[in-house]
Write a protein that binds this ligand. Sequence first.
Ligand code: ZN
Length: 172
Amino acid sequence: MSILEIIQFPHPLLKTKTLPVEGVNAAVERLVRDMIETMYHAPGSGLAANQVGVGKQIMVADVSKAEEEPNTIVIVNPQIVSVSEETIIANEGCLSVPDFNAELSRPAQVTVVGKNLAGEEVEIEADGWLARVIQHEIDHLNGILYIDRLGRLKRQGYIRKRKKALASGEKK
Ligand code: ZN
């Protein structure tokens, strides 16, 4: 297993829609193991394959608390099939969008279908933080960052700050 580099805004792969995985093979399994290790190392509660430079529809998540047992979720080719009308506002951040957080409204519950690592169809009904993480990661797989869902002023404010930081030679 190895820890992969997480690409950061404005890397073009973050804006690129990923492609479905045709079959869960050894290479996919290895990538997923590395993504899980990278997510725990960051640490983050979710990671999409294009954040580690792979344009495939794969996401991992773990929303368990520090005192709980780890509960890793892997979804290959995840698709949201329904969302609740009820929405919820929460503070969101992203490993690919350094030094920024913002409040964002999203549906409170989602149902997602996809495949697990055994290649079996799975359906997950999620609420709470997991619902948010799943939406955030599937957005990634569709080339959408959470800052794309913010108002224009907030988004432009971040982009300006980020460009300044990059120009001054900061890595983060
Ligand atoms: Zn993210």
